[in-house]
Design a protein around this ligand. Structure first.
Ligand code: ADP
Ligand code: MG
Length: 728
């Protein structure tokens, strides 16, 4: 009997859901472990407080003396809460979060010690972080990188450690993390959007990008997960026959949440409350054992940090509940994968959502301005946007039939389509008073009521307008949102800058009124960006053909998609906006190509190992049982045995056939890996893994899965899909 699998299953029978105690109202514990504004007021001098607030709002520098005050206050607060260590918390280019803990504790001679945390330790640290991917930046320039405090994301306590969100840069200033370019892109979009928003309201002085992510994930019992080397090493199953029942009955989606899972969710939510992560929504997703978690949206940098943090917290809380969280985009074949929808908008410091229609025609013209500019930005940069979400794991999802396709398109719904169709007809040049009144009354003025009963809900579009925000749905569940958010905000910044130049030109040289000029530019944008708009179901061959005709890119694989990151156009865009220089861009590209190659390489190794060392030996054991049976029948029935051993003989043969195919396919895969490994060029290597190595996976899997169906259940060592997916 395959003991590990059955032991694990037995263990799951004894699981009980944990009893989660709420410590009073959620609102009362919200942010209790965050060094937020109100705590700062309490622990900082007036001067230090206003200095931090300036740094947050305007990016003002914090001098060393003030930094000492701030660190003293922070330390006091943290120690009162039982904290012993501090860490600079950052997001290196692995996509995960990194931390290196140092104690406050310091000796001062004469056998004495104190708790110390100076301004220097708050503002800057030099982790010996030479093992993080850096795409050659630190080899070429300076060996060391350092972390520097990002005051726009507040410090927080996790366990007994004070975590200080930081950027991670080389000594020559190149970004070695995801946060630095994001902050630069957010600054660029702030400037560009503020300038445009001033057309409509002179009082606007700052525009924040907002992000509300929706995190999908699977929960698998930890004992069961431990029996699967593929889940442990690759984060997904590389084989496994589909269970008789999957998601076809739609009985999981929004169904009642299993009690063990609910206990996990509540435990997680309480941790989130303390950390100031405003989680709000929880529900079952489409696939069995798939769930979703979503917060209230926040300023984009903070939201990105919160998503990175929560992915870590989710894993830690899961341990208490004997679950393993699978964040992978496609952990199981044949059922839905997981995404991380990025709901995005722009909000002014006067409290206006720029992608939300307003009450007056002028407010709606503002809405249309930002709405149409977004569509134009996506149209002009669809390939870069596609690149921002490319990864080995997301390749399994994009293009698979439940999810957004690899082709980027924008869905806006029939009602807004009609509005744009009207605006497209606006007269070129100055508008007559009659036309303007008509437009304002019947087109622009009609938007709010239109959107209220806009029930269009397209589920598959990779980029959809959903009433007061755009939803970038093609982002993968494992992704760090910083990457797609950097691209989206950067392309929007560029677009809005161009818009401003064009409008101002019409006002100056053609002596047009402001709204005339805006209508004129928007009309052209609507025409120019029409090809990116697609209202149908976002997948299938018909759409692929149509998209090709429209000239939209369809980069199905990561090695293909990533090329857009280093295109002339991208280098120019990032350079103009000061988001990244050429060195940073190329370094990132290298890292992502390498990461792709390594992921596929690991999967190949794991699959080879499972096929050779688990599946084939098991199949042989079963075959031996069959052979013994046949020999026994022969000794009883003599030559007549064939009549009684027909099925067994057939099984013996089929097992042999599958074993033979698996063996030859594994050999072929190993040979393909050897060829790929010899390639020095990173692009070629990634392509070779993609096109020559990976295709073997499905073939090997097919025959392993066939054996799973043939071999005695008692012998099968790998926990089966039905057990992984239906144990709660
Ligand atoms: P849906 O109908 O798409 O589920 P919700 O209102 O529930 O819409 O929002 C889904 C996500 O979008 C949530 O995380 C929410 O916080 C986020 N969201 C709502 N408004 C905005 C906004 N202005 N900017 C960014 N995200 C937003
Ligand atoms: Mg959604």
């Amino acid at each position: 009997m395959s003991t590990l699998r059955f032991k694990a299953i037995e263990e799951t029978f004894n699981r009980r859901s944990l009893n989660i105690e709420e410590e009073g109202r959620r609102s009362s514990i919200f942010g209790s472990n965050v060094f937020n504004e109100s705590v700062m007021k309490q622990y900082l001098t007036k001067e230090a407080y206003s200095n931090v607030m300036d740094a947050i709002k305007t990016g003002a520098k914090i001098n060393r003396t003030i930094a000492d005050h701030i660190s003293a206050g922070m330390k006091e607060w943290a120690i009162n809460k039982g904290v012993t260590h501090y860490t600079h918390w950052f997001q290196p280019l692995t996509g995960a979060t990194a931390e290196k803990h140092d104690a406050f504790f310091e000796t001062i001679g004469e056998g004495l010690a104190i708790e110390k945390f100076g301004g220097g330790s708050l503002v800057q640290q030099e982790p010996d972080a030479s093992s993080f991917p850096n795409g050659g930046i630190r080899n070429t320039f300076e060996a060391r990188g350092y972390t520097a405090w990002d005051p726009t994301s507040p410090a927080f306590i996790w366990g007994t450690t004070l975590c200080i969100p930081t950027v991670f840069v080389s000594y020559t200033g190149e970004a070695l993390d995801y946060k630095t370019p994001l902050l630069r892109a957010l600054q660029a979009v702030d400037q560009a959007a503020t300038d445009v928003a001033k057309y409509f309201d002179k009082n606007v002085t700052k525009v924040n990008a907002t992000l509300g992510w929706e995190q999908e994930y699977f929960l698998i019992d930890s004992a069961l997960a431990a029996t699967r080397p593929d889940i442990q090493l690759a984060g997904r199953t590389l084989l496994g026959h589909s269970p008789a029942k999957g998601q076809q009955l739609d009985d999981h989606y929004f169904g009642s949440i299993p009690s063990r899972v609910l206990a996990y969710m509540r435990d997680l939510e309480i941790e989130c409350m303390r950390l100031g992560i405003p989680v709000k929504t929880r529900h079952n997703e489409v696939a069995p054992n798939q769930f979703e978690l979503a917060p209230i949206f926040e300023e984009a940098n903070l939201a990105v940090d919160h998503n990175s943090l929560i992915m870590d917290v989710m894993n830690k809380v899961a341990e208490r509940h004997h679950f393993v969280v699978l964040m992978h985009e496609k952990p199981f074949a044949g059922i839905n994968g997981s995404g991380k929808h990025n709901n995005w908008s722009l909000g002014t410091d006067t409290g206006v959502n720029l992608l939300s229609p307003g009450k007056t025609p002028m407010k709606n013209l503002q809405f249309l301005t930002f709405f149409i500019n977004t569509i134009k930005a996506v149209y002009e940069n669809e390939e870069l946007l596609r690149a921002s979400i490319a990864s080995a794991s997301n390749d399994h999802r994009l293009g698979a039939n439940e999810a957004p396709p690899a082709i980027i398109s924008v869905f806006i719904g029939s009602q807004l389509t009609a509005v744009l169709d009207e605006l497209e007809k606006v007269t070129s040049g100055k508008l007559s008073p009659q036309e303007k009144t008509d437009l304002k009354l019947n087109v622009v003025g009609k938007i709010p009521e239109i959107l209220l009963d806009n029930t269009d809900r397209n589920r598959t579009s990779p980029f959809a307008f959903t009433g007061n925000k755009f939803e970038f749905r093609a982002v993968g569940s494992t992704a760090n949102c910083a990457n797609p958010m950097t691209v989206l905000n950067a392309i929007m910044a560029k677009q809005l800058k161009e818009f401003k130049v064009e409008v101002d030109k019409l006002i100056k040289s053609k002596k047009m009124k402001k709204d005339d000029a805006i209508f004129n530019v928007l009309r052209e944008y609507i025409k120019q960006s029409k090809k990116i708009r697609f209202e149908g179901d976002g997948y299938g061959e018909a759409w692929e053909k149509e998209a090709a005709k429209r000239g939209l890119s369809n980069n199905r694989t990561t090695p293909e998609a990533l090329k857009a990151q280093i295109s002339k156009k991208a280098v120019q865009l990032y350079g103009d906006l000061g988001v990244m220089n050429k060195i940073e861009i190329e370094a990132r590209h290298e890292i992502e190509l390498e990461e792709y190659t390594m992921r596929v390489q690991i999967e190949g190794r794991v699959l080879g190992d499972i096929a050779r060392n688990h599946v084939i030996p098991t199949a042989i054991r079963y075959q031996n049982i069959l052979i013994k049976n046949v020999t026994g029948l022969k000794s009883i029935y003599g030559e007549d045995y064939q009549k009684h051993a027909k099925e067994q003989l057939d099984l013996i043969e089929r097992v042999s056939t599958h074993i033979a195919v698996i063996n030859s396919k594994v050999n072929a895969m190993i040979d393909a890996r050897k060829v790929a490994n010899k390639l020095d060029d990173l692009q070629q290597k990634a392509e070779s893994y993609c096109n020559e190595v990976k295709p073997h996976f499905d073939e090997i899997r097919y025959h392993c899965d066939k054996l799973e169906l043939l071999v005695d259940n008692e012998l099968w060592p790998l926990t089966k899909y039905r057990e992984l997916l239906f144990t709660r």
